[in-house]
Design a protein around this ligand. Sequence first.
Ligand SMILES: NC(=O)C1=CN([C@@H]2O[C@H](COP(=O)(O)OP(=O)(O)OC[C@H]3O[C@@H](n4cnc5c(N)ncnc54)[C@H](OP(=O)(O)O)[C@@H]3O)[C@@H](O)[C@H]2O)C=CC1
Ligand SMILES: O=C1CO[C@H](CO)[C@@H](O)[C@@H]1O
Length: 320
Amino acid sequence: MAAVVPTLKLNSGRDMLQLGLGTWQSQPGEVTKSVIIAIEAGYRHIDGARIYQNEPEVGAAIKAKIDDGTVKREDLFVVSKLWDNAHRPDCVLPAIKKTLSDLGLEYLDMYLIHWPMGLQPTDELIPRDANGDCIIDNETNLIDTWKQMEELVKLGLTKSIGVSNFNSQQIQNILDNGTIPPSNNQIEMHPYFIQTKLVEFCKEKGIVVTAYSPFGCPTHPSAKPGDPKLLEEPKLIEIGKKYGKGPNHVILRWLLQKGVVTIPKSVTKSRIIDNFNVFDFTLTDEDIKAVESLDKGRDGRINTELFLKKSKDYPFDIEF
Ligand SMILES: NC(=O)C1=CN([C@@H]2O[C@H](COP(=O)(O)OP(=O)(O)OC[C@H]3O[C@@H](n4cnc5c(N)ncnc54)[C@H](OP(=O)(O)O)[C@@H]3O)[C@@H](O)[C@H]2O)C=CC1
Ligand SMILES: O=C1CO[C@H](CO)[C@@H](O)[C@@H]1O
């Protein structure tokens, strides 16, 4: 029998499963199979986004597993994200409708504003000018976007709403000016970038944190040969050995014990199954300290999204 995944209570009143499957860089030709494998292994939380350009294939897997009786829709926690080119108020409803239609679903469990920065609303997901530079939309206003996100809840198109890659000031702005508080902030978090201040801030405000790139995204487009690899860190390997576990398990277990959600990505059957084997051991306080000693502070951030640094809403210029 698959392990029961713990949940965290959202301020929307719903429960969010603490372990899910990431799907960025899961190619359309492979993601249906990997989501099917994940559901068969016990995963019930799937993290996706319009920009991953694989939502129809993720949806095909969900349909297959509902049709064959493995799961019911209500057993699943499906997350998607509003892409940067749809921040203008009139773009938000069409954007979720496109995602729902691609996924073949009536509703999402969580819909996030993917990044605070807006891009020009065109048919291109990443609109570029003649020089190849992204066309930033500095006319957008995150409160206007958020108000439309609130409408999606009222329309029953998503059960909860949240943000991703928002800094503390941007979150506070929404708390001060919105009606529905964000339930979730999905941020980069792994042993090289432990984000203590932002995680604490979110917790104080009743916002559940999701840790993305838990393994440090070894295939990130900015990765260079010779970069240190989290999954090869001797310290993590050593901690894992005490429990008969690998460095992947140590990282996921650390995140679970920190009280956050995490969404490791894999398209490899053995890894999808292996990453789920984290519910039968507990790290000690000493182990947790050793994991956190790998933190590089702000230098540990991988997903810098530097190509949008000129946006008025670029989030990473303040401490947290
Ligand atoms: N909100 C946001 O802005 C962002 C959200 N995300 C979300 O977070 C998810 C996870 O982050 P992501 O950046 O993809 O990277 P991860 O840190 O999850 O690493 C994924 C990589 O690790 C490999 N891997 C997975 N399990 C193992 C294992 N047990 N042993 C060895 N290698 C392993 C995978 O290979 P393989 O697949 O070949 O098995 C893949 O190359 C994304 O897929 C996405 O859903 C990510 C980035 C930004
Ligand atoms: O989720 C994501 C994966 O990577 C993309 C490319 O940098 C990001 O835009 C996005 O945050």
